[in-house]
Design a protein around this ligand. Sequence first.
Ligand code: NAG
Ligand code: NAG
Ligand code: NAG
Ligand code: NAG
Ligand code: NAG
Ligand code: NAG
Ligand code: NAG
Ligand code: NAG
Length: 836
Amino acid sequence: MVIKNLYYFLSLILVSLVSFSTSFTPLDNYLLNCGSTTNTSLYNRPFLADSTKPGSDFLTADRSIPLKNRNPPPNSSNLYHTARVFTTSSAYKFNIKGNGTYLVRLHFSPFVAQGFNLTSAKFSVLVNGDLLLISSHLDYSNDNNNTVLKEYILEVDGNMVDVVFTPVNGSSFGFVNAIEVFSAPKDFITDVGIRLISADGSTDFKKLSSQVLETIHRINVGGPKLTPFNDTLWRTWIPDDDYLALKSAAKHVSTTHPPNYQPGGASQEIGPDAVYMTAQEMNRDNTNLDSGFNITWNFPVSSGGAQYLVRLHFCDIVSRALNLLYFNVYLNGYLAYEDLDLSVLTTHVLASPIYVDFVVDSDDSGVVQVSVGPSVVSTTSRMNAILNGAEIMKMVNLERSHMGSKKTIWVLVGSIVGGLVGLCVVVVLLAVLLAMKCSRKKPKPRRAESAAWTPLRVYGGSSHSRMSDVTAYGSPGPNGYLALRIPFADIQSATNNFDQNLIIGSGGFGTVYKGVLRDNIKVAVKRGVPGSRQGLPEFQTEITVLSKIRHRHLVSLVGYCEEQSEMILVYEYMEKGPLKNHLYGSGIPPLSWKQRLQICIGSARGIHYLHTGSTQGVIHRDIKSTNILLDENYVAKVADFGLSKDGPCLDETHVSTGVKGSFGYLDPEYFRRQQLTDKSDVYSFGVVLFEVLCARPAVDPLLAREQVNLAEWAMQWYKKGMLEKIIDPHLVGQIKPSSLKKFGETAEKCLADYGVDRPTMGDVLWNLECALQLQETRQQREPHEDDNIDVPVLPTPGIDPCAPSINIRTEGEDGDPTSDMSTTKLFSQLITNEGR
Ligand SMILES: *[C@@H]1O[C@H](CO)[C@@H](O)[C@H](O)[C@H]1NC(C)=O
Ligand SMILES: *[C@@H]1O[C@H](CO)[C@@H](O)[C@H](O)[C@H]1NC(C)=O
Ligand SMILES: *[C@@H]1O[C@H](CO)[C@@H](O)[C@H](O)[C@H]1NC(C)=O
Ligand SMILES: *[C@@H]1O[C@H](CO)[C@@H](O)[C@H](O)[C@H]1NC(C)=O
Ligand SMILES: *[C@@H]1O[C@H](CO)[C@@H](O)[C@H](O)[C@H]1NC(C)=O
Ligand SMILES: *[C@@H]1O[C@H](CO)[C@@H](O)[C@H](O)[C@H]1NC(C)=O
Ligand SMILES: *[C@@H]1O[C@H](CO)[C@@H](O)[C@H](O)[C@H]1NC(C)=O
Ligand SMILES: *[C@@H]1O[C@H](CO)[C@@H](O)[C@H](O)[C@H]1NC(C)=O
């Protein structure tokens, strides 16, 4: 209730902010009434006469002719009663104030006057040197009162937009009735987080902003036609019903509440209120619910050869609470987004609008097909899928007519800058490797097959003196890691020639075996499908990077083998397996609170090292309880680091099917800003902390709806101040209130909505150590006082209870979870362990 009210309150604030804010004002805004000597307006927008001073202002090389329609159709806009006719190549030039995305709209409404039959005009239109339009592509049909509005969205650098009309063949002429050139809102088109969906799966699409986009369809799904009156960017949105493949599959839904726009989500400029306040949902009225179905729209496009940006708009106006709606999105029949969870994407505020950009290739079908339908996560009773809006924009295949080099150069510069933005890894070595890796990467149809070459399912192992052990296998080569080469024969004998009984895990890429090397080192051997070179770049990256990362709390690479078309990675064996198995679901005896704290501290230390250690800036990207492994002494080691999925190519995005693996752990800000930072790991780690405390999965769709998502559920109880109500029953009575308080605080901070508000892993580590200290000590501030009374530490308001003892280190502890250290012992340890 508290939470709900809070959200409600926040929404109120946001709504009022939105309604008080003025509508979008473009930096540059040119609206021209062509061929006219009077200003006129359309949808309350003033279009200025372009003929006030002939040959001046906008028109250059003006040998054009203003035309007036003496018999305009009734009730048609004044704007279309005049036109300018070009018998030679003529340019409109618009000075613009800044670089950025611009919208260029051209209005064509042909008529017959002064011997010109405008319908038969033949001309081309170039904008900044790019051929955007040939008039033979215009279809002045009756559907739209003989009016064609062409809209282009393009990136402009420099200080000029020029629009050039050129008659084709010289014997013909061109014309235009009105021109709009105005700047788009910031981040209207971005280069991050865009996925190309095709038969080969989902891959990054990197250069969207360098494309010129032509709007083909703009659809208000489930709602009425919207005119420029209803849209801050003066767009027209049309209803979707005519595009539905099966009308009975869909049902209109609408709300009267304005959308809860959130920072980082969609804005009113991305889509107006009315788009997000209506939707189509699955029509479950007359359907057997056991078999799910999709809602499908077919949007006609020119067939073959072109690529289209598909921008889909969502706003969960159908759910009564968060985390009830999970569905899949398909484009042209290919899975484009699996388990889309609008609650996660929208920073946990219901009915807040978002949009997702995809790119598809057109096929011979002549349509772009959009489907939404239930995902495997959706239970029958909650099965649903929605869509609020869709835009289909064609990437205009640029042809450059004259002096095209300028544009080419900036496209190049643009993509380099874009690439830099996308990079998360500072290390040059990594960057180079990744460039190789990302470019050579084969697109993958599904996540399952993409889990290649990650030490994800490595269990067990000795953790001592590996380096000295393995260097025996080879002499250090020029690349250093050659030292880690292990002969195939050794691996064969270590695994009893890949004995089926030694298999401890498998993934789409291959199989993991338990093995023992010659010198009795227990290892986990991960073997790719022999002969398959798929995953080679991942293999090489993993060797190079893993061989450089050594830390007590990171699973180590013991060696590798690349012989006889084999790709084999050998890791230290982690005897006790993943942390998750020790928390729930496997019947393993529960860990004590102290053990759990030590495991959390160990993993925090490992992640902290990844973030700040010698190989700087490695973001793990897939922190979860299955990626934290325990050795025989319950020492936690983080696995799968920095290399998960496709490696740290940062523009790996929210539409990535790889996201699925982290379902429930994923940083909400990642979706908003589409930038992964080390704070994304902090968020995921916060989820792990609650997992450790509550002994339940991060997402459990079988639970009551408010409990499905652990992060949300735990935060609700935390905010109520009743975290102790949801802790693992095995821990009841075991945790000191002060320790629990510290732990809860830490987890809560990790889950802050915004990365900047989250602590660093260093802070997290320190706070967890503090929670351990609070658990271990009695009243630490006055150790001289009577030790027999177990007084919980009562923190002085405003003072961090752990503040006085900064250098507490627990790493050197004996690992016996039940050992109960006395205050004296702890304090002496503080001194001896200081400085680690
Ligand atoms: C059209 O509007 C502009 C700007 O408001 C003004 O400067 C110009 O004089 C007007 N032209 C006519 C013909 O009214
Ligand atoms: C034109 O508008 C007038 C009133 O604004 C209306 O009565 C008339 O029906 C309209 N004509 C057409 C063809 O829409
Ligand atoms: C526009 O971008 C170019 C190159 O990207 C840069 O040199 C120029 O300074 C920018 N101009 C403005 C006004 O930002
Ligand atoms: C104008 O040209 C179009 C197509 O070229 C033709 O269909 C139409 O009849 C012409 N109109 C007149 C009045 O000549
Ligand atoms: C066509 O013009 C009529 C008035 O003549 C107007 O009512 C109608 O909305 C227009 N249709 C479109 C698609 O613009
Ligand atoms: C241009 O002229 C040539 C020859 O006169 C003709 O074959 C061609 O179709 C014309 N192009 C257009 C677009 O009209
Ligand atoms: C669109 O704008 C018109 C004119 O302001 C208004 O009458 C209409 O209700 C609006 N439609 C929606 C769906 O907001
Ligand atoms: C939805 O469409 C996709 C792609 O065509 C298909 O693979 C999937 O099975 C469909 N789902 C249902 C429930 O029919």
